[in-house]
Design a protein around this ligand. Structure first.
Ligand SMILES: [Zn+2]
Length: 324
């Protein structure tokens, strides 16, 4: 159980629809915080108060580990680093999300345009203009790749690459104790979205985020932790069953999305219009998330050979089912 481990869960409020985010403090040497939450006053106040009440001084934080480059998880990292000099650790693949390099924003935008969504719609979402509120610049980022070990005084925690929700998403596995910090890979109350990104090897292609996510879920089944400490929501015991149910959920969704793909090349449709069929009531900017969800499944279906894809003269993907 969590209370027997040198781990504190700190649920922090966020200004985002997802609600609270869990920050975790590992009370060992070096004192480490996983996902310090957004740079948002109520969250910051609560974090500092929690540390104080736990008898921890802010200056004692030596290391900040970020599971992935989303503002609700990493926003405070730069501020804490400025105040403490703590090391900020991020998987190499996620760094551009934290630094918001112009190339990154450009690629993010370009890859979304392959779904048939309009540039005007993307412009309404600050994320596609490089505007990421509730974050603080991070002066110095230390990167890593692969599945490396995070050393503590008398134990080690493995940094597992678990892509899907984000290309460089990391889960932390304390094998000896059977504890998995799952970030946004596995959440008890919601199914994390497989966000599309460009393929780092071929920037004009979408990376296969759903395939990556299902593989990451399989990994949870294979390592079979006894306790999962997610990025949002309560701890989950025996998370392999939850991972299995998430895989099953996507299998059903794959069949549903397959059923709305038109028959015949002449009727081929882009992911944006298919998302309006799959989510007929979607409003405003939620269309962006709807398109992402649908295209991630379409790519998976195309890779399985169940549907066909071709790219039109504007670079937009069109999908169809072969006539029998
Ligand atoms: Zn996230």
């Amino acid at each position: 159980m969590l209370s027997e481990l040198p781990i504190k869960r700190i649920p922090l409020p966020t200004p985002f629809p997802v609600g609270d985010i869990n920050s975790y403090l590992i009370i060992s040497d070096p004192l480490t915080i996983i996902d310090p939450g957004p740079c948002y006053q109520p969250s910051e106040d609560l974090l500092y108060r929690f540390l104080k009440e736990s008898g921890v001084e802010l200056k004692d934080i030596k290391r900040i580990v970020i599971t992935h480059g989303h503002a609700d998880h990493y926003g405070m990292a730069g501020k804490i680093q400025r105040e403490t000099g703590a090391e900020v650790l991020v998987r190499d693949r996620e760094v551009e999300k934290l630094e918001l390099t112009p190339g990154y924003i450009e690629n993010k935008r370009r890859i979304m345009l392959t779904t048939g969504i309009s540039g005007e719609t993307l412009d309404m979402d600050g994320l596609y203009r490089g505007d990421v509120p509730f974050t603080h610049p991070i002066d110095k980022i230390k990167t890593y790749s692969g599945d490396c070990l995070l050393g503590f005084d008398n134990f080690e925690i493995r940094l597992l690459h678990t892509p899907g929700h984000s290309g460089g998403h990391t889960s932390l596995f304390w094998e000896e104790m059977g504890v998995l910090f799952s970030g946004d890979l596995l959440l008890p109350e919601i199914t994390a979205i497989a966000l599309i990104e460009y393929d780092p090897r071929e920037k004009n292609l979408r990376c296969r985020s759903l395939a990556h996510m299902l593989k990451s879920m399989e990994l949870v089944g294979a390592i079979n932790p006894s306790l999962c400490l997610p990025g949002h929501g309560d701890p989950v015991s025996g998370p392999a069953a939850l991972a299995r149910s998430r895989i099953d959920f996507h299998k059903v969704r794959l069949d549903e999305i397959y059923s709305i793909v038109p028959m015949g090349r002449e009727n081929a449709a882009d992911p944006c219009s298919l998302s309006r069929v799959y989510y007929p009531n979607v409003k405003d900017l939620d269309i962006i998330l709807a398109v992402i969800e649908v295209v991630a499944h379409l790519d998976y279906l195309a890779d399985e050979g169940r549907i066909e894809e071709y790219i039109d003269e504007k670079g937009v993907s069109l999908f169809y089912r072969r006539l029998q």
